[in-house]
Ligand binder design. Sequence first.
Ligand SMILES: NC(=O)c1ccc[n+]([C@@H]2O[C@H](COP(=O)([O-])OP(=O)(O)OC[C@H]3O[C@@H](n4cnc5c(N)ncnc54)[C@H](O)[C@@H]3O)[C@@H](O)[C@H]2O)c1
Length: 290
Amino acid sequence: MREKQAVTRDAEVFGGGVAVITGAGSGIGAGLARRAGALGMTVIAADIDEAGAGQTVAEIVARGGRGEAVRVDVARAEELDALAEHVFARHGAVRLLVNNAGIETVGYSWEIPADRWDRTLAINVHGVIHGVRAFVPRMLETGQECWIGNVTSVAAFGHMPAQTAYMVSKHAVQSFSECLYLELELKQAPIHVSSIVPGTVRTAIFDARNNAGEPASAQGHRGAMAAMLDEHGMAADDAAALFLAQMAEGRFWVHSHPEMAEAMAAARGAFLAGQLAPVMPEIARHIAVE
Ligand SMILES: NC(=O)c1ccc[n+]([C@@H]2O[C@H](COP(=O)([O-])OP(=O)(O)OC[C@H]3O[C@@H](n4cnc5c(N)ncnc54)[C@H](O)[C@@H]3O)[C@@H](O)[C@H]2O)c1
């Protein structure tokens, strides 16, 4: 007799629901989309890279799952409104929203052109805010239990020169998620909010093709960070499985590398409590920005 397969908590919570994952054309977002598909969700893979999102959905469908790829630029509030309208109309209530799309920006603050600063904040911060603004009213209307994950980073726990634009954006997303959690508690809404905190995950985030507008002086550092992720990063599918399992438990803090996050949070606590001057992180001593 064949043994019955154990149904995991995440499959119980998410199976049969609708998932919307931004930035699902690559890396962590693609991993989350594939995992959500494997858990039995209908997956909306939203990405500015339509071919990448299409590839992710093709992989889900090839494994017997369901999904749709939608081209969305999360920097544009109206595109997230249109996405929410489309998904609720075509697929029904959304059970899981992960605001994951994000970019890295490398270089000294004063050398990054205004456009690149604006783009970084528009994608990493406004993309998350407008995802919530577009989806939450519709989620509230259904009255059903649902889950929102906003992807921040261990970057939200510290400081790092020459990745300032990125650090600023991730601190902002962390703060946004904390306040959103409390707002939904005030409303007594059945919506769980998680702060998803990746450590180091092997993805395309530092790929040279994502460097438009960055100063040439920063490209050595970008290359070094890409090599570091290639060598030490966790596989995106493994990180995604951890994230969805922890979200299904209703946790606010969701980690791929809990020890790294704990060490950085402890250092941040000491920095704030002691009112210290910013401390150069060890890794920054090797920064290759000219
Ligand atoms: N890789 C890591 O180690 C790491 C660590 C901490 C946090 N993160 C965060 O994880 C998230 C995903 O990054 P990743 O590492 O998988 O990178 P990635 O570059 O592999 O994937 C990012 C995806 O976002 C998409 N995207 C970019 N701009 C967009 C826009 N305007 N609208 C819609 N989609 C857009 C890209 O096309 C790409 O498919 C980001 O928020 C990133 O900051 C990653």
